[in-house]
Ligand binder design. Sequence first.
Ligand code: ADP
Ligand code: MG
Length: 247
Amino acid sequence: MKADDLNAIQVAALDKWYGSFHVLKNINLAVAPGERIVVCGPSGSGKSTLIRCINRLEEHQRGRIRVNGIPLDDSVKNLDAIRREVGMVFQHFNLFPHLTVKENCALPQILSRGKKRKDAEDMAMHFLEKVRIPEQADKYPGQLSGGQQQRVAIARALCMTPKIMLFDEPTSALDPEMVKEVLDTMVELAEEGMTMIVVTHEMGFARRVADRVVFMEAGQVVEINEPSIFFDAPEQPSTRRFLANIM
Ligand code: ADP
Ligand code: MG
């Protein structure tokens, strides 16, 4: 087995363009199984694009991505395999408004895993209990608070039994009083050993949970460090400027 194959995620010499706009420039990032990575950086620096490349919601043009040793290439079989390993949670929940909470969690299992309805619903309830909203199962997303909807989105992702979870600013669309309930759910997931990449500016979360913090600027990874160094003695001047602005 090559060393690359032991990583949960391996991104090597990654470049991506939107048309002529060079959005990701020579990104290198290896994530070990069970590792928690927080990605931060100014708006427009390419954070979403980077994590969307990992399950090919965006296509890269140069470089290499491997997920649990599986190369992300033009093979549909590989892409299917990678998408089985990777769950994603977005800023704007992306729940189906016309389906109940339980159905939101059960239907993807039925459609893309061929699960029996009963088994899919049992799994849905299991994870709705885990994110502490089983009593909301028969409501529609529009009847829930933002924090509850985001916890449904997390439960829905967990129902697909991913080995890796990607979060793209999961709390930035929430009212302040709901941020904590979502972060608490994510902390629990981290403590259970889930491999996670979290794009967030919640620096308290980063300090508490991250094994390493990545700072991106203008399509490049500028600094990667463990939280104690990243926050207390960042190496790069642009990291220092960024932190001074947000803290
Ligand atoms: P971040 O998540 O750090 O705010 P994004 O990855 O969303 O950054 O975007 C990085 C840059 O790429 C921004 O300048 C953005 O305007 C641009 N961009 C994002 N998505 C697209 C797209 N689909 N087509 C063209 N440009 C895009
Ligand atoms: Mg973004």
